[in-house]
Design a protein around this ligand. Sequence first.
Ligand SMILES: *Cc1c(COP(=O)(O)O)cnc(C)c1O
Length: 376
Amino acid sequence: MTPKIARYLADNQPATPCLILDVDRMEDNFRAIRRALPLARVYYAVKANPARPILERLVKLESSFDAASFEEIAACMEAGAAPAAISYGNTVKKVSAIRAAHAAGVTMFAFDSAEELEKLAEHAPGARVYCRILVGNEGADWPLSRKFGTTVELARDLMTRAAGMGLDPYGLSFHVGSQQTATATYEAAIGKVGMLFTDLKDAGVNVRMVNLGGGFPIRYRDEVPGIDAFGDAIMHAMTECFGNALPEMVIEPGRSVVGSAGLVCAEVVLVSRRDPADPVRWVYLDIGRFGGLAETEGEAIKYQFTTEHDGGETGPVALAGPTCDGADILYERSNYRLPLALRSGDQVQIRAAGAYVTTYASQSFNGFAPLAEHYI
Ligand SMILES: *Cc1c(COP(=O)(O)O)cnc(C)c1O
């Protein structure tokens, strides 16, 4: 928790569940990423947290933006971003959204299929396009594999045809999966995409950019390598691949920009012991899978919890949300322990919850309103 968040909590005691996000801490994270990879242009992945105060601060910092929908593009522009600083990075776009983005002045678009490339040629003529390649996601707690990206062979074919279709064959991209803890996965992806880049260049295609995606991890319950380890590994692999003829580099961090800047405050609704002989207590919070903690699906993202009883004796717990849905369980198998003194009404804080929480909250399943948001 940052001192600013601690002060805000003490002064305001906001109703729970809520997110409190320290925008200065977000700026520090952004600067650290930029320092770790000074040759890469940073396109903030808007989906991680599209709140206006975040976008406005990033505009001030001269960030660019990776948007997944026309709505996200509009949000960036309302926050002051120039259309030239926005990449439409979703490989799955409605024609109406492509047309709206093109009309708004966005010139950079992703694709990973023949049909999407044809849609772009027709509805965003002249656009700079980049092809997403399927790469390994080993080491990612929240993988994205299979759904996006194409083979090197199809990418070569599509990139070769793009210029003839009136598009600018600008670059290649990949994404190694989110909360990616293995630097080697970036290195392997760069090797794969770098070879294709060189082949295309040799074949006369005017390809200029490599987009390394996001995925940089943050500390939840377990320690992860720092951003500098990823910066070093990436620059090492890029230099191996391209020597001193480095292409333009793009990164699209989301989680690593906003995650550690946010704290979710929740309340214990119930502590229940099903059987006196069972050491495991069920702890129900006022936020769960449908309240924004969607990334606990499969117990993939393991948040860190703090309570006012920390330091006292602990026991094993299962953690769940407040709704009547059986899927609304956060953790049953991940060996969480919480203080034995924990009771209903106690506050629980969920650390590093600034990314992928607010927009994942359901509208009002079971009548529960989405969590409140405080940007300070
Ligand atoms: C989600 C996403 C990102 C951001 O990933 P993080 O793991 O949050 O850094 C970047 N690029 C694309 C294309 C994405 O879909």
